[in-house]
Ligand binder design. Structure first.
Ligand SMILES: Nc1nc2c(c(=O)[nH]1)N[C@H]1C(S)=C(S)[C@@H](COP(=O)(O)OP(=O)(O)OC[C@H]3O[C@@H](n4cnc5c(=O)[nH]c(N)nc54)[C@H](O)[C@@H]3O)O[C@H]1N2
Ligand SMILES: Nc1nc2c(c(=O)[nH]1)N[C@H]1C(S)=C(S)[C@@H](COP(=O)(O)OP(=O)(O)OC[C@H]3O[C@@H](n4cnc5c(=O)[nH]c(N)nc54)[C@H](O)[C@@H]3O)O[C@H]1N2
Ligand SMILES: [Mo]
Length: 761
């Protein structure tokens, strides 16, 4: 049995700082993950569980959305996948006795780390209006209570149904069906804070809001650009793919304000050479761009490509694209001096990048939050598309767009209809299949849902997973908004901040995780997920559920739907709950690409969804072609004495779930309240390494927000750019500071100043 969780909140933030590392993984990674896993699960369970991750007969890793290779390695897990699994398969339990002991006032003072360390939720819990303690409630009574609140609303649009990206395809499909039969498209999801900008940009330019490459394409690429992404921490198995691509001759350009260890050098823990040897150098050219400088960089590269004789793939441009002339004219205005200032790069670096691009027959661009969470994120990603279109790098082997998704099924949830702005064709198909008229008007995304709760126009908040309060921007505003709700409901595996900041009444509905056996009336069930490259496959948990009282996510939705919709609904909810194959049969009829779903997903490795631009160079856009776009270039400007702050992940966290207090690759141990700054920028602010500072964000409306007590760490980041961890810094991001078009909070460009402060106690 594992040790008990810490009784005291261990977050005495006293970070120890050493030099950042220059290589990722290797033996220390294996040792670190096993240590954390043992602590949660003990030795036997650790071994049994970790061997089943991402195997054809096992479960899909609840970590990231990176795809599995065709023949996975016997231990196809990575350090951070192991931590994600241990977090869920922990032997620690949060029982009703825990809630009797710890009241709401106390819990809301606790750190997210402490809350998560308490273990798995075991029983449905209810917090009555004005009560200090959650108390146990039966499932039927819980559904009754939700139905009572939902039916009391003046309009279905006063309810919000949030989804985090771990929910299976089956649960997601049922959940959106329930919300729409109830009468609303208020289906915000974590994508709104994540890859929404990618979806917006790709849908407009290529006609499909998803990535266009498969793993084989990475192996075949001549050049891979990794921009705004830290795979060593957030998608560690991607490093194996990059290592293989290198072995097959690819070159890699990394675009990032930080030198991330994983992209410098990778010691593959699955090979002897990687375990004890020097590993593989990955990055050939590191472009240390300033925050938000990517659009300017790609625009200038595009101008230089157009100017070079024979560099543009003219046949492709003529046959498959639209808008080239307008774009070429806009690109001709790109200016060296302005670009060098915006990017912080040298002319020689950009020229070297250009030569690498021109020498490559096939190019893939990968990106994540470093591109999506800026005010000009959508135009930035459109510029990446322009860059690939110029040389015909879409729809052929070894080339394409590769937005690397976050949560393990965030892409699948969207495919299943978790979206607040559904396409008319999808609603038509859904309504025809289930015999109802779905609501047509658009619903609320994350930011608009917070506004609606704040303004009292939304009154019931229901979350299928996630930690909405901690993950959302403008923590104080969001918490106040949540407290105005009549009822907040969370379907969760672990305790988190969102259970402590509640509406007048609150419910916690504990659910099965990916790793656990799911037995229903129709026998043992499996679920399906879609990875970042559009591959759909089965996931089957094997562990005994954390508690007898847990219900699966599909079961929760089906029972809730029966209780709320009653006779109104012709949908066979009870049959769906008993046998998920019946849900898949309906998915196959409603969602394109899922014909013969049951049969095809039974094959090891599953099947790949169709992708028109990748498969046939067909672009289902408004023009019927791939669109060049000529957006205005944004040059981020930071007022004197200010820095641009990005809020990012440490190596020991999964979004708002904190596994530990170290960020090994960046040389931080034992604390999270650190701000990484260039030594010269720290000096300008009158601060030395080791001093404490408050981070003050300033917005054009004159308001200020403060995150106190961050240890200043001298760090080799781009000049004028700082970095600190999320979610501690979410308090600094105003609700209204969002990306154009996608409405994604601008978590990677927050203007701040550093003022002398003291360590938080
Ligand atoms: N272990 C672990 N795995 C995870 C997660 C986790 O928290 N922990 N989260 C999951 C989720 S939901 C997601 S979305 C992904 C997130 O994966 P990432 O996007 O890799 O996560 P971040 O930590 O936000 O890192 C952003 C990276 O972009 C860089 N960057 C920031 N701003 C800019 C910019 O303006 N330009 C450029 N070129 N680079 C920039 C940062 O320096 C950093 O390297 O990971 C998923 N996987
Ligand atoms: N400042 C700043 N803010 C950000 C970001 C940033 O980079 N900077 N990143 C944004 C991004 S990319 C994302 S994706 C969001 C993440 O936002 P969310 O997805 O809402 O947050 P998570 O921290 O992933 O949610 C963790 C919780 O999910 C629950 N959970 C885990 N597994 C399961 C399961 O299988 N079923 C159910 N029902 N519940 C489960 C657990 O209770 C756990 O506490 O945050 C966003 N917020
Ligand atoms: Mo994400």
């Amino acid at each position: 049995m594992s040790a008990k969780p810490p009784a005291k909140d261990p977050v005495q933030d006293a970070p120890e700082v050493s030099e950042p590392l220059h290589a990722a993984a290797g033996l220390p990674a294996v040792a670190h993950s096993l240590r954390l896993a043992h602590r949660q699960m003990g030795a036997r369970r650790t071994a049994l569980t970790l061997l089943r991750v991402n195997q054809p007969t096992g479960f899909d890793c609840p970590g990231c959305a990176w795809p599995e290779p065709d023949r996975p390695h016997r231990a196809e897990f990575c350090e951070n996948g192991a931590k994600a699994v241990a977090e869920e398969a922990t032997l620690r339990r949060v029982t009703p006795a825990f809630f009797a002991e710890h009241g709401l006032a106390e819990l809301s003072e606790r750190s997210g780390y402490w809350l998560g360390q308490q273990g798995r939720l075991t029983e449905p819990m209810y917090l009555d209006e004005g009560a200090e303690h959650y108390r146990p409630i039966g499932w039927d009574a819980a559904f009754e209570l939700i139905a009572e609140e939902l039916t009391a609303l003046d309009s279905p649009d006063e309810a919000v149904f949030y989804t985090s990206g771990r929910t299976s395809n089956e649960a997601a499909f049922l959940y959106q069906l329930f919300a729409r039969e109830f009468g609303t498209n208020n289906l915000p999801d974590c994508s709104n804070m994540c890859h929404e900008s990618s979806g917006s940009a790709l849908t407009e330019t290529l006609g499909v809001g998803k990535g266009s490459v498969l793993l084989e394409d990475l192996y075949r690429a001549d050049l891979i650009v990794v921009a705004g992404q830290n795979p060593g921490t957030n998608h560690p198995r991607m490093l194996t793919a990059l290592e293989r691509a290198k072995a097959e001759g690819a070159r890699i350009i990394t675009v990032n304000p930080l030198p991330e260890a994983g992209l410098e050098r990778f010691r593959n823990p699955q090979t002897p050479k990687g375990l004890v040897g020097g590993g593989t150098a990955l990055t050939d050219l590191f472009l240390q761009v300033r925050l938000g400088g990517d659009q300017a960089l790609f625009r200038l590269l595009n101008k230089l490509i157009i100017e070079r004789d024979g560099a543009v793939d003219e046949a492709f441009v003529r046959e498959h694209t639209h808008g080239f002339d307008r774009f070429a004219e806009a690109a001709s205005a790109a200016d060296w001096a302005q670009t060098l200032e915006a990017t912080g790069l040298t002319r020689a670096e950009i020229e070297r990048a250009l030569e690498m691009v021109l020498a490559a027959d096939s190019v893939v661009v990968c990106w994540a939050m470093g591109l999506t969470q800026h005010k000009h994120a959508v135009p930035t990603i459109k510029e990446v598309v322009n860059f690939l279109l110029l040389r015909g790098n879409i729809g052929r082997p070894g080339a394409g767009v590769c937005p690397v998704r976050g949560h393990s099924n965030v892409q699948g949830d969207r495919t299943m209809g978790i979206v607040e702005r559904p396409a008319a064709a999808f609603l038509d198909a859904l309504g025809a299949e289930f015999g109802f008229e779905p609501p047509r008007h658009h619903g609320l995304d994350v930011v608009n849902a917070i506004r609606a709760l704040r303004d009292g126009t939304a009154k019931v908040f229901f979350a299928m997973g996630g930690n909405f309060v901690a993950a959302s921007p403008d923590t104080d505003v969001t918490e106040r908004a949540m407290r105005r709700a009549r009822l907040t409901v969370h379907v969760s595996t672990k305790l988190n901040r969102s259970h402590c900041v509640t509406g007048a009444r609150a419910l916690i509905l504990p659910t099965l995780g990916r790793t656990e056996r799911d037995v229903q009336a129709g026998g043992e069930q499996f679920v399906t997920v879609e990875d970042s490259m559009g591959v759909v496959h089965a996931s089957r948990g094997r562990l005994r559920p954390a508690s007898e009282a847990l219900l699966s996510e599909p079961a929760i939705v089906c029972r809730l739907a029966r209780r709320v919709l009653g006779e109104r609904s012709a949908t066979p909810w009870a049959e769906f709950e008993a046998d998920y194959a019946k849900v898949r049969a309906r998915i196959a009829r409603v969602i394109p690409g899922f014909t013969d779903f049951e049969e095809r997903v039974a094959k090891p490795g599953g099947f790949t969804l169709p992708h028109a631009p990748r498969d046939e160079r067909r672009f289902p856009t408004a023009t019927g072609k791939a669109n060049f776009t000529a957006e205005q270039v944004t040059f981020p400007r930071v007022p004197a004495g200010r820095l641009l702050l990005q809020t990012l992940r440490s190596h020991d966290q999964y979004n708002t779930t904190v596994y530990g207090l170290d960020d090994r690759y960046r040389g931080i141990a034992g604390g999270r309240r650190v701000v990484l700054v260039h030594p010269a920028d720290a000096a300008d602010a009158g601060l030395a390494d080791g001093d404490y500072a408050d981070l003050v964000s300033e917005w054009t409306d004159g308001t200020e927000r403060v995150a106190p007590g961050f240890r200043v760490v001298h760090y080799p980041t781009a000049r004028g750019c700082a970095a600190a961890y999320y979610p501690e810094t979410n308090v600094l991001v105003p609700l209204d500071a969002t990306a154009d078009t996608s409405n994604t909070p601008v978590s990677k460009s927050v203007v701040i100043r550093l003022t002398p402060g003291a360590a938080c106690q």
